[in-house]
Design a protein around this ligand. Structure first.
Ligand SMILES: NC(=O)c1ccc[n+]([C@@H]2O[C@H](COP(=O)([O-])OP(=O)(O)OC[C@H]3O[C@@H](n4cnc5c(N)ncnc54)[C@H](O)[C@@H]3O)[C@@H](O)[C@H]2O)c1
Length: 433
């Protein structure tokens, strides 16, 4: 296998992007050469694992002040406030438990929204209405109708929105996507994408929540399940009522990038099959899943397995494979490989590591300062989100789901259409009319 440096392989092919992985971002370059960027005053809603990583990425990128933080777990909030103060020379952010009070914090310009997905829609729409720009974590929403209401709110209020598909910034992905789009591998006939890993379900015995956590507020508009560590912090992603499973949580990153590389909108039809086989009784979403997305350009096949056994080829556990008429292009987070059709011809391997999160968050902050569109607007992120949500609807109903992209509706399938929107728990009201 030929291990070649990325520059020599991509020179001439993807000249527009070559070199970017090893150079500072545009924001970083501008800073190195010019005056310090204007400070953007941000608030963070959801101070858990990823929210704090987003905030740290913002500090890494520079030109930010964390004025206020909000969380319904007082322990998370206190720890986050301490870490944030250390990041900004001792200045403690104001802390809130109620997100409505956070949004009213004086002088706030932008919000980083990193609650679990069932708590994205209402704060997002309220933030737009209050005139805040938003870095919104993926998936856009819990259900499709929430996503549509959020797109409408962002448009109405003309807010800058960047959605947390930071893996779009991976230079390996960008170069491979350009290679695919330029037709270097021939017409792409099929794409396979997958993320296999070993999920670690937690204790699922119903029990009192930790004293620091307001479970009622955490559940909010979603069903209030009995608390267990298996549905609470972090573990919610594999619980149907909150995260809706691995494809919606992590797999969505590949579905997003595959769509982008193919220049595709949303799939015309989706079929799905799977189950909970290895972790039966421990998860409410499939630990084994196969989905066939029929996009206009070509079919995209998703597979995941998140229990036990190791893969024969672990390197491709987290990858997308673009099968072209002439070559197969295998894309990983920091590496891509071209496999020629002729088995005797050498494979070409290109490695390119990118610090994607500071780049993506930094791009958002630049967009806020310059009032320009960032690279992952909510309209496009909605398509990736709805695509995986429709896959889960196909799985739930055991039916083929056909999607009309112009009308943004499921066609001729009442059982599936009924799952586009979930009823909210009072007093919260679903934002879709
Ligand atoms: N872009 C990525 O690669 C990536 C990776 C991981 C997570 N995420 C996304 O980030 C978000 C958060 O995920 P996580 O892994 O950090 O979850 P987490 O459980 O670690 O943290 C979520 C935090 O939100 C708080 N919270 C919940 N409801 C709240 C409310 N109403 N008001 C205030 N705070 C509330 C929780 O108490 C918790 O501290 C999700 O949307 C997730 O999909 C994105």
């Amino acid at each position: 296998m030929a291990q070649i440096d990325r520059r020599s392989f991509t020179r001439g092919l993807v000249a527009a992007t070559a070199g970017a992985a090893v150079l500072p971002s545009a924001a970083g370059r501008a800073r190195a050469e010019g005056p310090a960027p204007r400070t953007v005053k941000v608030g963070l809603l959801g101070c858990g694992w990823w929210g704090m990583l987003d905030l740290k990425a913002a500090f890494q990128s520079g030109g930010v002040e964390a004025a206020a933080l909000c969380d319904v777990d007082s322990e998370h909030l206190a720890k986050a406030a301490e870490e944030t103060a250390a990041l900004q020379g001792g200045t403690r952010p104001r802390t809130y438990k109620d997100w409505r009070e956070l949004l009213a914090h004086p002088g706030l310009e932008a919000l980083i929204l990193a609650t679990p997905p069932h708590w994205h829609a209402l704060p997002f729409i309220a933030a737009c209405e209050r005139g805040l720009d938003v870095y919104l974590e993926k998936p856009v929403a819990y259900d499709v109708r929430e996503g549509q209401a959020m797109v409408a709110a962002a448009r109405r209020s003309r807010r800058i929105v960047q959605v947390g598909f930071q893996r779009r910034q991976s230079q390996a992905y960008k170069d491979a996507a350009a290679y695919v789009r330029e037709g270097r591998a021939g017409r792409i006939v099929q794409v396979d994408a997958r993320i296999n890993y070993r999920a670690q379900p937690r204790d699922n015995a119903p029990q009192d929540p930790p004293a620091s956590l307001d479970w009622e507020a955490w559940c909010g508009p979603a069903p209030r399940l009995p608390y267990s560590p298996n549905v609470g912090h972090f573990a919610w992603r594999l619980e149907k009522a909150y995260g809706n499973g691995h494809l919606v949580d992590w797999g969505i990153h590949w579905i997003d990038r595959v769509r982008l590389a193919l220049g595709a909108g949303m799939p015309r039809t989706i079929q799905a099959a799977g189950g909970t086989y290895g972790l039966a009784g421990r998860l409410t979403t499939p630990d084994t899943l196969a989905v066939h997305f029929e996009f206009e350009t070509c079919p995209v096949l998703w597979r995941h397995r998140i229990w036990g056994a190791a893969e024969w080829s672990p390197e491709a556990d987290n990858a997308a494979l673009f099968y072209g008429e002439n070559e197969t292009v295998v894309v990983m987070d920091d590496k891509w490989v071209v496999v020629p059709k002729d088995p005797k011809a050498e494979r070409r391997v290109v490695e390119a590591k990118t610090d994607v999160l500071p780049q993506h968050v930094g791009e958002f902050l630049e967009a806020v300062r310059a009032r320009k569109a960032p690279s992952c607007p909510i309209e496009d992120a909605f398509r990736s989100t709805a695509t995986v949500q429709l896959a889960m609807i196909a799985y739930e109903t055991g039916s083929r789901v056909a999607w009309d992209s112009a009308k943004e509706e499921i066609v001729g399938n009442a059982a599936a259409s009924a799952l586009l929107k979930r009823e909210y728990r009072a007093p919260w009201k679903h934002p879709w009319a």
